[in-house]
Structure formats: structure tokens, C-alpha cells
Design a protein around this ligand. Sequence first.
Ligand code: 8YV
Length: 313
Amino acid sequence: MEAIGVLMAGPMSPYLEQELDKRFKLFRFWKFPQKTEFLKENSNSIRAVVGYTTAGADAQLIDSLPGLEIVASYSVGLDKIDLEKCKEKGIRVTNTPDVLTEDVADLAIGLILATLRKMCECDRYVRSGLWKKGDFRLTTKFSGKSVGIIGLGRIGSAIAKRAEAFGCPISYFTRSEKPDSEYKYYPNVIDLASNCQILIVACPLTSETCHIINREVINALGPKGILINIGRGPHVDEPELVSALVEGRLGGAGLDVFEHEPEVPEQLFGLDNVVLLPHVGSATVETRNAMADLVIGNLEAHFLKKPLLTPVV
Ligand code: 8YV
């Protein structure tokens, strides 16, 4: 397979890069500032693109690669890949579901605890020597709080399972009710937000779910409510979130993702009711390597004409 051209869209994982290099003719797209020149010279030999959350495969890239057969995403989210274009052109698409579910769900619970119990601020308190001057102020209990989840897929369900262990009543919003779920269903996000204390975004980013967290939803969640986002930044209308936090219309937020990553609104930096993480939901050695193995497994399966491991298109 050494002659098969694989285009890696960005520097997503040194392990994946090394393993792709061993098997294929690897092109590191980010190393070529003159993209048009690069594509002119190499587009005919590229048969696969490996994308991720920062750089995927948009219509322009897909159209510029006449030999493209497969886009293998190093992510479960597919929002950076033009799926319609891939379908239209008969290009296969794979992602990395399941292997990252536990890590992302664990991090969602970690964000809830860090936000309510002010763990990051507590840490800063100890490090700066303030503890010697007095005890830290009281925080807010997590166990038993009502949790609302937007999206009850693999990750949403794994979060629900964990929150249940904390004695939390669970409710959810999805496009249609899940007949097998015992959790309370709300057919709209505002009602879900009005009826929970912690609202978690865990759905895929699509045109329907972009800005699913808007001013009305934030106001429904209210000054004691907490928003947790482990989905995608654009799920949230970020200026609305910032003003709600600054004005005290929302109790707090735990955010792993942002609308214009790695840019984070600076107004958030001074707030003690937010916890800000640099998109690390799946970022453990174990999971990232498993994601890389899945990307490689899908590419090998495709070029050996075997069934794909995790096909999307
Ligand atoms: C990223 C993610 O893939 O899977 C997703 O959709 O958001 C993450 O796991 C990871 O951050 C690499 O970009």
C-alpha cells in the first residue's frame, strides 16, 4: 500500500502520523503553505484524506482531489466533512465512535464537579497561599441535582449513566423520543432547560443544532443553572453565553469547546463561575491511540476491499 497517497489534513497525532507513514505515501498538508501548488502537483495520487476537528474535508478540497475514495476522520464528530458531497461522489467516510465515549463522558462529569465545586479556583487558592488567611468559601453540591442532556446518543447515554450514579434525575431532548429510555423526554430545549439544574450539550453539530443554546435557553436555565458543553463550540451562541454569565443570568458554565477555537472570549477569563478546557474530551493516550488505530483499520479495510470498521457513508 506504500504507493497509495494519503493526505493528513493537520498535525492531529504523532502516533497516527508515524503509523500512516509506515503504510502509505503520506502527505502532511499543513507542511505545504502553498496549497494550490501542492494540490496541482499531488492531487492525482491522493486516494484518502485523514481529517479531524480542526481540518476536515470540505467541498473545495474534495473537488480538488479527483482520485479521492475515502475520508477517514480522526473524530466522532463529522461537522468538518461535507457528507453530502461525499455521498454525491461515492466517497466513503469513516469516524471514530465508541472508543472515545468513556473519556468524553468522564470529562463531562469532571466539568460538572469542577464548575460546581470550584475545583480549579480551589487549586489556585492553595497555590497562591490564600488558604493560610482563611478557608475557601462554600460551593454547590452536585449529587442529586437534576441533569438535562441534549442528545442521547453514545456519549449522552454514557453521561446519563454516570450522572445516575450521583443520584441525579435525568431528562433529555432529542429530535424524537427514545422509546427504550426511562429518562424524562422534553420535545423542546427550552422546556428541558427550565426543568433541569445542569444542562449538558452532547449532540452532533448540524445546521439544526447550531446555536441550540441561545438566549431563551440560557434564560430558561437561569441564574442557578449550569451549562456544560462537551459537544462543539457552535452549539452555543457564545456572545449570548458570555453576557448571561457576566450579568449573572446564568449560574455557571463548564466548557470544553468554543465557537472559534482556540480563541476563547477574554471576558470569561475573569469569571470564577466558569471552567475552561482546551477541547480535551478524548485527549488521553489510550483513547487517542485507539482513535488512530481505528483510522488506520478503516483505511486498510478500504484498500484491501474489506468491510469498513466504522462506516458513516
Ligand atoms: C477530536 C472530537 O477528534 O471526536 C471528536 O469529535 O471532538 C475529539 O475527539 C479530537 O480532539 C481530535 O481533534
